[in-house]
Design a protein around this ligand. Structure first.
Ligand SMILES: [Zn+2]
Ligand SMILES: [Zn+2]
Length: 326
């Protein structure tokens, strides 16, 4: 199938089922190799915090070099935008179109964040939009967690990281991402995700050896540009699912608890304008007010100016005004 014949995306607002509708079995990913999956997820969750202790010890002993800070920033920005511009705005929501090579590059950069294969990521996220904050949402802090502060903490823990170990409501790829299964570029990156995840570790190591001249310099760069970078990016991504459905302000009426969390916006490249995003999921720009700086949106504008992005989705002011709640 040619790329241009890829079916139109599942439009999350249109796909939202009636308020009392629960997901059918065809919408839920059948759990496979659950124990192995949990072990791998556990290793990816636990090893970076342990390495953070090592990083702290190196820092305490004045072993942090400016080149490690630089490599951290380069890797964080490249893989973070891979998730926000690539996985999220381009591949999940089709907020703009681009050339196949650039679609592949964004998918590769996102995969280097070690958040799993791209098609699983997209299927889970589209299901989150279809059922946000009700039964069927893979990671809502508001479903089945009980009342009071204990319920709130349980909900936040589930939305943050618990859902990765609990496979009951993940999105079935055939139902939620048929367009990406049919996209040869994205399907290839999805199949080979282990290679790209490892490349995301090899690059900081290689840069460290190149710039520092020793294997120790490479290992230090791997620690900061690999482990610490993965840890920070994971928890920023997870915070969109947990904190941004709990804390912050609401600008637009939506059927969920999504919120805009200003302090998380710079770290998440604009993804923390999450209430805006739930109100207008296909918009390429999540920052809506003048003060809501949206780095991913600026990157998409830049690509558009260079002729590398087109059909960039924008929300007309009248549409915004109709949903505005303040
Ligand atoms: Zn959300
Ligand atoms: Zn989204």
């Amino acid at each position: 199938m040619s790329v241009s014949a890829v079916p139109p995306p599942l439009s999350p607002p249109a796909a939202r089922p009636p308020a009392d509708g629960a997901p059918g079995p065809e919408e839920i990913r059948v759990p496979e190799l659950v124990t192995l999956d949990r072990v791998i997820t556990g290793v990816i969750t636990v090893v970076p915090p342990l390495l953070l202790v090592l990083a702290g010890w190196r820092l305490w002993n004045n072993q942090l070099h400016w080149r490690d800070v630089g490599i951290f920033l380069v890797m964080y920005t490249a893989t973070g935008l891979g998730v926000t511009v690539g996985f999220h705005r381009l591949l999940t929501h089709r907020a703009f179109r681009t050339r196949p090579w650039l679609r592949g590059l964004w998918a590769v950069l996102g995969t280097m964040s070690i958040e799993g294969p791209v098609i699983s990521w997209v299927a889970d996220h589209r299901k989150h939009h279809a059922y946000s904050d009700r039964l069927g949402d893979p990671h809502s802090p508001h479903v089945d967690s009980g009342g009071g502060w204990r319920g709130a903490l349980r909900g936040l823990a589930h939305a943050h990281v618990g859902w990765l170990f609990d496979h009951q409501q993940r999105g079935a790829q055939e139902r939620y991402a048929p367009d990406l299964i049919a996209d040869p570029v994205v399907a290839f990156v999805d199949r080979t995700f282990i290679l790209w995840s490892l490349l995301g570790l090899a690059i900081p190591f290689g840069l460290g050896v190149m710039l520092g001249g020793t294997v120790t310099a490479g290992l230090d760069a791997l620690l900061w540009g690999g482990a610490v970078r993965v840890l920070v990016l994971h928890h920023v991504t997870y915070s969109i699912n947990s904190l941004c459905h709990f804390f912050g302000y609401r600008s637009y009426a939506t059927e969920d608890h999504s919120r805009n969390l200003a302090w998380l916006a710079p770290l998440s490249f604009g993804e923390a304008w999450h209430n805006n995003h739930h109100a207008f999921p296909t918009s390429a720009f999540h920052g809506m007010a003048r003060r809501e700086i949206d780095i991913s949106g600026l990157v998409i504008s830049g690509m558009e100016r260079l002729g590398l992005a087109w059909e960039v989705q924008r929300v007309a002011p009248e549409r915004r005004a109709r949903k505005a709640i303040r």
